[in-house]
Design a protein around this ligand. Structure first.
Ligand code: URA
Length: 447
């Protein structure tokens, strides 16, 4: 077999067989097939798509590129949630400890910043000492002892996704339904959960901009997941505006801490109206996990239960236990809340008065990448202390000159680039009635 023949087969609209996909994945992971050939294949997949069978075969080959985590023997229920990627999307940081505080075990294999979207692992690693490079044994132990653990793809677990994910990020091949499906499912199957809840993001800050595309991605995920023998729930959620008040790495950890009831320790950021959209998505997904785990009879009861554990400190305590278990320095972490900000601060003022109708999540995400929240090149490091704090959220009135957001940056060049990127991101209107935002757009459960 030759990689170039497989690339042209895909480019011409053909489907690769399991053996051909095996050849590509093994060659890529072992280094005999170079990045430039895999980049060309990815672009061919981007334009030509994949059949369901081909996507299922690629998922299996990606899983088989490494080892899987054996969680058998854990008492469970073992349920995980995965997002297709958003801006200000810190749902996992709040949801995992919240759900774990009810005795559900959450083995979470997450991703890094991708394109204009943030990465859960990058956010967590902004906590001093926190490691996401867990051995399978430590992952299993922490799930068992704390209730949830957060890890990433590694040299041994789904190495194919680890390499493909970074390559897609810099070759403009992220927004592909089969590539997203296979990337997510390979991680989910390798980590050992029984049931998955997918947060399929839809809107200008998501990879799927339109509802019909998001529904197609949800269908791909649920059908392929079911095909491989797992319970799957897909919730399509609104990603037009950034979620919550913060877009950044530690900034998002801080907002999560406040939402988990660790406020008071969150300095100037208490849980406030700016996090309402974030919390409505988080509570819905968490409630589905409680339903799937047999803890709640329906999502309404699940949401009410979640409110209780946010209020009585159970969710926050579970989060802090995880920080310690994954090597985080609790004291230093708590002391950074409310203070850990890059040195340059710049407020973006409203050009005119009116009601804020929307904040373009894509532009906000790109501006945050330029600040260093995400990566411009695969080898770039992300910065823990930069980002954007939204001071106004959709539905609020603003006066001319009032600050809409505050940028935290390390260099003036980054500030200038972020300001330029945010041009036109804030949609302020006068004389029109603000339509309430719907956060939950669709739900499909196959348990
Ligand atoms: N999340 C993933 O894990 N992979 C993708 O391709 C997109 C979102």
């Amino acid at each position: 077999m030759r990689a170039s023949d497989l690339i042209s087969k895909k480019r011409n609209g053909g489907s690769l067989s399991r053996e051909e996909l095996h050849f590509l994945m093994q060659g890529y992971v072992s280094g005999t097939i170079p990045d430039y050939q895999i980049s060309a294949w990815l672009m061919a997949v981007y334009f030509r798509g994949m059949t369901r069978e081909e996507a299922a075969d690629l998922t299996r080959e990606m899983i088989d590129s490494g080892s899987t985590i054996d969680l058998s023997g854990l008492t469970g229920p073992l349920i995980d949630k995965h997002s297709t990627g958003g801006v200000g999307d810190k749902v996992s940081l709040i949801l995992a400890p919240l759900v774990a505080s009810f005795g559900i075990q959450v083995p979470m294999m997450s991703g890094r910043a991708l394109g204009h979207t943030g990465g859960t692992l990058d956010k967590l690693e902004s906590i001093p000492g926190y490691t996401t490079a867990l051995s399978p044994e430590d992952f299993r132990r922490i799930v068992s002892e704390v209730g949830f653990a957060m890890t990433g793809q590694s040299e041994t677990i789904v190495p194919a996704d680890r390499k493909l994910y970074a390559l897609r990020d810099v070759t403009a091949t992220v927004e592909s339904i089969p590539l997203i499906t296979t990337s997510i499912l390979s991680k989910k199957f390798a980590e050992g959960a029984d049931t998955f809840v997918f947060d399929v993001k839809c809107g200008r800050g998501a990879f799927m901009k339109e509802l019909d595309q998001a529904k197609e991605l949800a269908a791909h995920l649920t059908e392929t997941g079911r095909h491989l023998g797992k319970g799957v729930i897909a919730v399509i959620t609104n990603m037009d505006d950034p979620l919550g008040a913060m877009v950044g790495n530690f900034l998002e950890v801080e907002e999560s801490a406040a939402c988990l009831g660790g406020s008071g320790r969150g300095g100037e950021l208490a849980t406030d109206r700016r996090s309402e959209d974030l919390m409505s998505v988080t509570l819905r997904l968490a409630a589905w996990m409680l339903v799937a785990g047999g803890k709640a009879k329906d999502v309404d009861e699940g949401e009410a239960m979640c409110h209780e554990h946010l209020g009585n400190g159970a969710a926050w305590e579970t989060f802090v236990r995880n920080v310690k278990a994954q090597g985080g320095d609790e004291k230093e972490f708590l002391s950074r809340l409310g203070h850990y900000r890059a040195p340059l601060r710049h407020a973006v003022p409203a050009e005119h008065e009116g009601v804020l109708f929307g904040i373009d999540a894509f532009k906000t995400g790109m501006a945050s990448v330029y600040l260093g929240v995400g990566r411009n090149r695969a080898e770039d490091d992300v910065l823990p202390d930069v980002g954007i704090e939204l001071l106004k959220k959709p539905g609020e009135e603003v006066a001319r000159g009032e600050a809409l957001c505050r940028i935290y940056a390390r260099t003036q060049e980054a500030v200038d680039l972020a300001v330029e990127t945010l041009d036109g991101a804030f949609d302020i209107r006068t004389g029109e009635t603000f339509p309430p935002k719907t956060m939950i757009l669709d739900e499909q459960a196959e348990l």
